[in-house]
Design a binder for this molecule. Structure first.
Ligand code: GCB
Length: 622
């Protein structure tokens, strides 16, 4: 979520709007405000990269320079980037220009050994050159910064953002000049009880500017958002396809022309902006090659409005549910998936580069997967781009992980903004077929109301994808598991997490367990067991590769008795850092449920899935 200083009250109202609607309260007049700008398709614009070396200073808890005693943000501290007068009177006691540097994008934890476990405030600074034509607008686009960020350019605060996994844009048009400028960003990785996620979670809290930072110069009226997708009527009709959506031109008066051109499909249409800058369009495109894992066809889509032009690569496909089946382009599919965190197994640290993403996709392809669940938060946009090109389907999720403050309207408001930011960034990616609103949340009316509100929001924003959540298993009752979580009513596809054979029961008990689900498609969204790579033993010996395989094999027996099972998503592709995993010699700070170690070594369980997915021996598409 984002807030520029000028727009702070507007955005506060925006948060409030959704909280009020969800919590059934009366809507005051202040709240009729538009959603904050977030540039879409930035990676397809010509931009100035601000990646590279940034100076940094650590602001030790309790954040002396960032927070005032009353908790407000201090605009006259490190933010000013003043230089000390070493020989003269006493003055500032910091100096970015001689401070050490951190690589951006990147977490600070894996770059500076002393900062490995640091969960506080780090200040980043760098100089940059600007050369903008008069009458244009310039934005600072930050791919993601965990968890709260405050941004100053040339000593003026340009925005604040909360949320560690989605991009945000700060307008800097009025504060930059041609020539040399500087930006200071304070990133605070402190966990918050009322944050999303909240204070407890089973992954590593990497802090910093973890994704690319760009300076983006656009015309006065520019395309900030667009949605280009295959028309999604009540029935999929491959003979009669149409491309539809909208192009939003920020700053455009009503009646401005927008052209959507897909040359290879022979489809071109001109639409006009309405009073809100939005230009809805539809164009017949009957000879499209539809996107699928077997044929991940992408089209160049050229969007033009006035002086602004952007070319994206977009795939067209139809995803829907029919009874308990999931249909892709009218054909029933089974999702052969795996879960993953955004952590690089070879280098360690938060995924942030083309190389990191290439490593991950080589594993997915090697495993014969056609699907990945990006747990438990939106990952780097490169993941969706690569998945679009390579034909891997995606589950994307916001970090509503287990216990968050479901009873607080302001937390609901944060969740709505995170959901909107995720959908806005990735709604043009054919690979994304599922939006997930949560993972393993407690079943009670307050959380159900919260998450049902979010699921409805997601559906209202995007009718072309399926809504899901990974739910907790029901309390074991003999050998029958009856799934009656009311959250299922709000979902198109049920995600079921369970750890039979690891956190409960013996691996072989799975053979006799039966499941009863509401009549919807089901994905087994997590199951697995820990094993240390190279640790061998009997099939019932915990922490061995053999036992991990044994757990999975019994799971497969159980799965094949679930008629509406439409996908398997083992937990998890690679061992990943988690500060809660502290058994020496076995875990050493890693969750060991990976099919691959944190050094890229494939465990026996990887081979098991590779074969099962090659032979399609688990589950059925219909
Ligand atoms: C879960 C969570 C996941 C954990 C995993 C585990 O149910 O959804 O975030 O990492 O279990 O390994 O315990």
């Amino acid at each position: 979520m984002i807030k520029s200083s000028q727009q702070a009250s507007r955005i506060t109202c925006h948060y409030a709007l959704h909280a009020l609607v969800c919590f059934g309260l009366v809507l005051p007049a202040c709240c009729q405000q538009p959603f904050q700008t977030l540039l879409v398709g930035v990676d397809h614009r010509s931009v100035t990269s601000l990646d590279g070396d940034w100076h940094y200073l650590v602001d030790q808890s309790p954040g002396r320079a960032l927070y005032k005693a009353n908790g407000e943000i201090n605009d006259s501290s490190y933010a000013l980037n003043s230089h000390p007068n070493i020989v003269g009177e006493h003055n500032e006691e910091y100096d970015f220009s001689t401070a050490p540097t951190l690589k951006v994008p990147g977490d600070w934890n894996t770059q500076v050994p002393q900062l490995f476990n640091y969960e506080g405030v780090v200040w980043y600074q760098r100089d940059f050159n600007a050369d903008s034509k008069p009458g244009t607008r310039t934005f600072l686009h930050i791919g993601a910064a965990n968890y709260r960020s405050h941004v100053w350019v040339n000593q003026k605060r340009v925005c604040d953002h909360e949320g560690g996994y989605t991009p945000f844009d700060c307008e800097v048009t009025d504060v930059i000049h041609n020539g040399s400028n500087f930006v200071v960003i304070a990133v605070d990785a402190t966990r918050l009880v009322d944050g999303i996620p909240s204070v407890g979670f089973d992954w590593f809290n990497y802090g910093g500017l973890t994704r690319d930072v760009f300076l983006v110069n656009v015309p006065a009226a520019f395309i900030d958002d667009y949605d280009v997708h295959l028309a999604h009527g009540p029935r999929f009709d491959p003979e009669n396809t149409e491309v539809t959506g909208y192009v939003h031109v920020l700053g455009a008066p009503p009646g401005v022309s927008v052209t959507v051109d897909i040359p290879e499909a022979g489809a071109r249409v001109t639409a006009k902006t309405g009073a809100d800058g939005n230009a809805p369009f539809s164009v017949k495109a009957s000879k499209l090659t539809l996107w699928s894992p077997d044929s991940p066809k992408l089209y160049n889509v050229i969007l033009t409005s006035g002086d602004d032009k952007l070319t994206d690569n977009i795939g067209f496909r139809d995803v829907r549910v029919d009874g308990t089946r999931i249909l892709l382009n009218g054909k029933a599919i089974f999702l052969q998936g795996v879960n993953m965190h955004a952590e690089n197994p070879i280098r360690g640290g938060r995924t942030s580069s083309d190389e990191d993403v290439a490593t991950t996709f080589s594993y997915l392809k090697d495993m014969n997967a056609n699907f990945v669940r990006l747990a438990h938060y939106p990952h780097d946009e490169r993941m969706e781009r690569t998945a679009d090109r390579q034909g891997i389907m995606i589950w994307s999720e916001i970090p509503n992980w287990q216990h968050i403050s479901f009873d607080k309207p302001e937390v609901y408001a944060k969740a709505v903004v995170m959901l909107k930011e995720m959908i806005r960034r990735d709604r043009n990616k054919a690979s994304v077929i599922l939006w997930s609103v949560s993972n393993e949340t407690p079943n009670n009316p307050t959380r159900t109301r919260f998450l049902t509100g979010l699921a409805n929001q997601a559906r209202a924003l995007d009718q072309t994808r399926l809504i899901t959540s990974a739910i907790l298993g029901p309390k074991p009752n003999g050998l029958e598991r009856v799934v009656d979580d009311p959250l299922c009513n709000a979902l198109d596809v049920i995600g079921q997490n369970e750890y039979v054979g690891w956190y409960e029961s013996k691996p072989e008990d799975a053979d006799n367990i039966t499941w009863k689900f509401p009549q919807k498609p089901v994905l087994m969204s997590e199951f697995g067991a820990e094993a240390k790579f190279g640790n061998h033993g009997a099939i019932n010996q915990r922490w061995t590769e053999e036992q991990q395989v044994n757990v999975f094999q019994h799971q497969f027996v159980m799965f094949n008795k679930i008629p509406q099972l439409r996908g398997t998503i083992p937990w998890v592709l690679t061992d990943f850092r988690s500060p809660t995993r502290n058994i020496p010699k076995l875990q050493d700070g890693y969750n060991r449920k990976g099919l691959i170690s944190e050094r890229g070594e494939k465990k026996q369980a990887f081979r098991l899935f590779q074969k099962a997915y090659e032979d399609h021996t688990i589950g059925k598409a219909e």
